[in-house]
Write a protein that binds this ligand. Sequence first.
Ligand code: ADP
Length: 264
Amino acid sequence: MDNLVILKLGGSVITHKERSPPEINRKSIIRICEELLISDTPLILVLGGGAHGHQPAKKYGFANLSTPRKKRLDGIPEIRYSMNLLASAIQAALSEHQVPCIIIPPIAITKLRNGYIETIYLSSFRSALKAGITVITHGDVCFDAELGAAILSGDALSVHLARELGAKSVLLGTDVDGVLDDNPNRNPDAKLIPTIKASEDNPVLNVTGPSKSIDVTGGMKRKLKELFTLADDNTEIIIFNLNAPGRLRRILLGEPTIGTRIVT
Ligand code: ADP
């Protein structure tokens, strides 16, 4: 699909990641939906789990590969319920602006093996986009052939969808200006890197780390590793600060904005 945009809404922006029990950041969601309105291209919104995903996922041991199968399977209902609440909040905000949208929950269409995607059935995505419907999907807990259940991160899902559906742009909105030259949790003076070459031995992987809050999906380092597998000459890949009002809108309009571009 030539003009498909995949926009990941970082969990750190659409939820209050530090608050327990999980809380939706409604103010942020309303602003993001307003900025989105200028987009007239097919759009998939991929929600990060934020507080709604990471808190129950941690409770059921998903951060640890040795957690027994039974405990992981027991966690499915609670994580799913929590992610449904988050996805519904986004759908409600978009519907207020008469944007036709549906939620496609990954657990219903995904097979994982050892935490990696084996199959995702995408026909509903294709049909919805063709019908002019915006798709909301999200990081999720999914059944896993080896582990019983595992977490499919919003970042891994975004990259998979971009590859399989042929996206024009993959935009990862998060709570920092982009990729910084040091982990901002250790070094508050870290500087933005505007462009990064996709390569597995790029030293930037040594200065990126996990999120500062509960993180079962690997923070900036894992994001970059996923994105490096996608980079080619045809796909625009940008990591940007979704907390900074106006940046999403500028990117969607093709205007220059602060952020990090991943290039080949
Ligand atoms: P989201 O929930 O928005 O998907 P994550 O919390 O998973 O985002 O990842 C972004 C976080 O990664 C940042 O808030 C920051 O704490 C952390 N991080 C670690 N190293 C870096 C780095 N070098 N540059 C930018 N962010 C980094």
